[in-house]
Design a protein around this ligand. Structure first.
Ligand code: SF4
Ligand code: SF4
Length: 160
């Protein structure tokens, strides 16, 4: 059964429709996912001087997480070195249509809602280690067998 958080349930059908369109485009999706999010909540801030209102701000905060997590840029340091900018705009310029739609940038962005990340994990992220139920069953029995052998060896060693 799929793991669904309360926040994912809050995604409206319209948001899911737009999100699917965004995720289908072969370009860095993080900025669009950010704009589909709710933005900074009052409790997200560690400190801000009074009278500076940033609640609901969905702007890129230039943390560079998306740049750091992109496999295209990690494989090609020369491409990454073309700019020192660490924003979603820089990611879009550097990667463009070479995006592999892994969604690592979406997952690493602090400005993207958890509900959107949950949706991406459940519906878009490819399982790299597919595990069939039969294999899992065998795994469990194999570990029990190994534990049994170790127990017997220890028992023999102690009584010897
Ligand atoms: S992290 Fe993945 S989805 Fe994001 S731009 Fe890079 S390749 Fe595309
Ligand atoms: S991860 Fe950081 S740099 Fe990238 S889009 Fe989100 S806020 Fe901007």
């Amino acid at each position: 059964m799929a793991y669904i958080t309360v926040k994912e349930e809050n995604l409206s059908p319209q948001t899911i429709q737009v999100l699917n369109t965004v995720l289908d485009i072969k370009e860095p999706p993080v900025a669009r996912c950010r704009l589909l999010s709710k933005g900074i909540e009052p409790y997200h801030r560690l400190y801000l001087p009074e009278k500076v209102l940033v609640d609901g701000d969905r702007a890129c905060i230039a943390c560079g997480n998306c740049i750091d997590s992109c496999p295209v840029l990690r494989r090609e340091p020369d491409r990454r070195a073309r700019t020192v900018q660490r924003t979603s705009f820089a990611l879009e310029v550097l990667v463009a249509e070479d995006c592999e739609q892994c969604y690592a940038c979406v997952m690493s962005c602090p400005q993207v809602d958890t509900g959107i990340k949950d949706y991406v994990v459940e519906d878009r992220v490819v399982e790299v280690i597919p595990q069939k139920k039969g294999l899992k069953w065998l795994d469990n029995y194999f570990m029990v067998f190994v534990a049994l052998i170790i127990g017997i060896v220890i028992g023999v060693f102690i009584t010897w």
